[in-house]
Design a protein around this ligand. Sequence first.
Ligand SMILES: *Cc1c(COP(=O)(O)O)cnc(C)c1O
Length: 232
Amino acid sequence: MKKAIAPPPPPLAGNAAQRLAQLNTNLAAASARGDHPAATLVAVSKTFGPDAIRPLLEAGQRHFGENRVQEAQAKWPELRANHDDISLHLVGLLQSNKARDAVQMFDAIHSLDRPSLVTALARAIDSTGRTPLLFAQVNLGREPQKGGAAIEDLPELLSQARAAGLDVTGLMTVPPADREPSPFFALLARIAADHGLPNLSMGMSSDYDIAAALGATHVRVGSALFGDRVTT
Ligand SMILES: *Cc1c(COP(=O)(O)O)cnc(C)c1O
């Protein structure tokens, strides 16, 4: 914990490529401060169109996050046609009836949070032969408006996933916006370690450095890179 304490990095500035470079530098420094390998940056491009995404692609960014299956289906096939090494991450609530579409489109799903989705994803993975990286989402702040399993339901969810043949690789959380995030990140890291899960999806625009210092393997950064969203 001590090592995680550091002044926040200055706000990202300049054009998209410059902001990306600064973010990668800040991220590497924060991971190193906690003695962790550099976290993967997932650039959350929800609500932004191809014109906003392309400069980041040209600057070498390859991991992108979306929160809606339909929006991703509309946007990414064209962008992927020019770059076959893009990794797409679903960071939003997934309805069971969209599980198959999600498995086809995404390389990682960060929002596995309930038994019905375990069943739907297992079926979709079986029938498509695709195996996206799976994160179980935990609602550590017990916020009713947010997705994620309650902390006490997580062990059962993980064993259901295992029984269904799903390989859950890590945990994801979005801490309450009005609280200091580091205790939530530290807690998520401890729960993941208890379950032998190597990956941690945590940290957003306002706190990616704190999350990385506490062992995030994936940070999900939107507005700091793309600017403010008009809608979500
Ligand atoms: C939108 C979103 C992000 C990115 O949020 P920013 O604050 O814009 O960085 C990260 N994670 C999830 C789950 C999101 O929905």
